[in-house]
Design a protein around this ligand. Sequence first.
Ligand code: MN
Ligand code: MN
Length: 322
Amino acid sequence: MTVLLVALTSCDNLATELADPNAHLPPCVEQNCDCGDFVSQDLAQLVLDDYSGDPYNLDGDGNGRACERLPQTTPELDWETYFSNSPHLALGNPSHAGPDNIDNYLIDREQYALAYSQSHGVLRWASWVLNRDWVGNTERQNNFRPDGILPKGTYQVVPGDYTNSGYDRGHMVPSADRTASERDNSSTFLMTNILPQTADNNRGPWKELESYCRDLIYQQDKTLYIIGGVYGQRQPIAQDRLIPPSRTWKVVVIFDGEPTVDQVSYSTETIAVDMPNDTGLDERWQTYQTSIDRIELATGYDLLSEVPEAVQTELEARRSNY
Ligand code: MN
Ligand code: MN
């Protein structure tokens, strides 16, 4: 696991200042972990072993093994990275999504890139460039609809699958980030870009961070490269067709010019958050800051994989500090 190496080897540089004592643990330990917050048994075990007395109740039967019903390792994702010229994939394809695996299915649109999981009925992650070119005066289209881009014969989530579920139809790529044309805005209402999101998350700190990002482009003329995603599981909805995630996360890379790999340096500013998809959240998005390393640990993805290794190591170890 390169993720663990990163945490151990970057202690003597700039990261020291923002050193994160929990760098080797997933972000849920700062709120409240439960078995649904882990992608594998190994990761839950790491947390159980670190906290004596099992404060998160991960070991129901007291045998010293955490969350035994979880798979022992993260499910294998596709090895080959699909080639794309998309500006929304310039910094990498975090899960090696492509056209062959319906549980890690790459949707490569003009407006964003997204990896979809058919077995969850929910995306894994989406990435998109945000700057003034992408925003205008188009009204919110509100045309939630099934995504016909999925391979023939696969179930397409419909807006009604969310009805009476207790969850919002939450956007990953926000409607307000795509307002230059009706076509662009409509693309955000495809159900593959929608996740079952609690009201407290969607209308709370999640929304606050979305607004903060748009402030950066409107007020400071920044260009952002945003990767947002989910992990973990809550009780299925819609006759088990949808598995709401237990966590939502976002990484924002802030640019003054073109959002390309060449423009990423040791001094590039980044934001990283990971928050529970639950009730009772803090209104401030800053409360949920973490490091990119910890999001990689929790998800099993490689974020910013196209960025040179040394720079990646440095940026990913830093704890987001806004
Ligand atoms: Mn939202
Ligand atoms: Mn990485």
